[in-house]
Design a protein around this ligand. Structure first.
Ligand code: AMP
Ligand code: MG
Length: 420
């Protein structure tokens, strides 16, 4: 086991937290609510789709052999003996000089093996309905414009496999398969606790020395974006007793608990002793900036993550580490945001042994991807997170980047697993 007081890398922190959490159990949701969710078992179709051979266009069904000799100067004339609108069918036979008028999606009559669309048929001055005669001026192949039964999926085959995410089109596909209640991994209920005797609610005008609680609300929104269900707890003052009570309560009521503030070594920082005294402390320091004081452990077997109080540090710790764990709990198989290379706008000299995540914006300039770091990277800011679209990832150690150098960029508004 890693010493919980040693400073570990961002990768090790992600690995630790992701490996500690488990996929949640199955819940059933109605069809449309399954969009974006991960299915927790293989889903099979009860029927062939399409259920029958059907025609892909509006036109005339016949046997290809009837019109092998057809040519512009020697058209083959056939009598229209039936009409098959969608939802209907024709069970009769056709003679060699007959055909059937048919609409897109209608079942191909058993006596036919192809169809010719309206546009390629001469109506000979009639309306081409039942009782008229129409002319064909070119042969077609057997199977022309026919969609085969079971072409989309055969009865009993897997429509959507375990661990696949349901897309909007997938909702329709499941509807065709007769699945109306979809087994998906449950969403985690995530307790959000804001720690700090200086905090007041946003409805209040902060008195001297006080600030509004912003992290709690940002974190609830981040939980929602990660697919979780946030559970808000009241602001906790900086006492061991108050924090102990709140963490114990939340750990019993939630699948994951996130706190912000009180995570470093100040006189009033209590998240570490609370986890240590009531459960198992697994991590306290991550070699990243912003936010090296990332605390993690288990209380009542529930993962409890203590984020730093500085807004950018809390945001970053959630996005880089916690979000990946919440995705795993919901059955997703891609955890990390996509990383790309972009040209740095400006020079950057960073003497810092930590992995740095620099809030930045990405643009395309004259065909090239260009990334511009926010000019103020203070971890106390909230505005920069709102305005940035990505993070420049600076490896550990002193790095000197010149203007235009290619740097690693983590795309914060592109879904995990996206191939770029
Ligand atoms: P801490 O980690 O408790 O030492 O807090 C670091 C900084 O973050 C302090 O300036 C706190 O006032 C600030 N802070 C802590 N919690 C919050 C919060 N919920 N919303 C906004 N700022 C906070
Ligand atoms: Mg504090």
């Amino acid at each position: 086991m890693i010493d919980p007081y040693s400073r570990i890398s961002a990768e090790e922190a992600v690995e630790l937290v992701v490996s500690t959490v488990h996929e949640l159990e199955t819940e059933h949701v109605d069809l449309v609510s399954a969009v974006g969710r991960v299915v927790s078992e293989d889903l099979t179709s009860d029927i062939d789709i399409a259920p029958f051979d059907n025609v892909a266009m509006d036109g005339f069904a016949l046997k290809a052999s009837q019109i092998v000799e057809a040519a512009p100067d020697a058209p083959v004339k056939l009598k229209v003996i039936a009409e098959v609108p969608c939802g209907s069918y024709y069970d009769g036979d056709i003679a060699d000089d007959e055909c059937v008028r048919i609409m897109t999606g209608a079942p191909l009559p058993a006596c036919c093996d192809c169809m010719v669309q309206y546009e390629k048929v001469d109506y000979l001055g009639t309306d081409g309905r039942e009782g008229t005669t129409v002319a064909f001026s070119a042969p077609v192949e057997v199977g022309n414009n026919i969609r085969k039964a079971g072409e989309d999926i055969e009865a009993g085959a897997i429509a959507i496999a375990k661990h696949e995410t349901v897309k909007a089109a997938g909702v329709g596909f499941l509807a065709s398969c007769g699945i109306t209640s979809v087994p998906v991994y449950r969403r985690p209920k995530v307790g959000v606790i804001s720690i700090g005797s200086e905090l007041v609610e946003p409805t209040e005008l902060p008195a001297r020395g006080k600030i509004r609680n912003s992290n709690g609300y940002a974190l609830e929104a981040q939980v929602i974006q990660a697919g979780g269900i946030p559970q808000r707890y009241p602001i906790v003052e900086d006492t061991l007793e108050a924090l102990t009570n709140q963490v114990l309560k939340a750990s019993q009521e939630c699948d994951f608990v996130v706190t912000s503030g009180g995570a470093s070594n100040g006189d009033f920082d209590f998240i570490k002793p609370v986890i240590e005294n009531n459960g198992k402390l697994l991590m306290t320091l991550v070699n990243m900036r912003p936010g090296k004081c990332q605390t993690f452990g288990l209380v009542n077997d529930t993962p409890v993550f203590g984020l730093p109080g500085n807004p950018a540090a809390a945001w970053c710790g959630f996005e880089i580490i916690i979000r990946q764990a919440l995705r795993k709990m919901q059955g997703y198989t891609s955890f990390a945001r996509p990383m790309i290379k972009a040209h740095l706008n400006g020079a950057l000299r960073k003497k810092n042994d930590r992995r740095m995540f620099l809030r930045a914006t990405l643009d395309r300039v004259a065909g090239e991807l260009v990334v511009t770091p926010a000019s103020n990277q203070s971890s106390g800011l909230a505005s920069t997170q709102q305005r940035s679209t990505c993070l420049i990832v600076k490896p550990e150690g002193t790095i000197v980047y010149e203007n235009g150098d290619l740097v690693d960029v983590l795309l914060m508004d592109v879904e995990e697993g996206t191939v770029l």
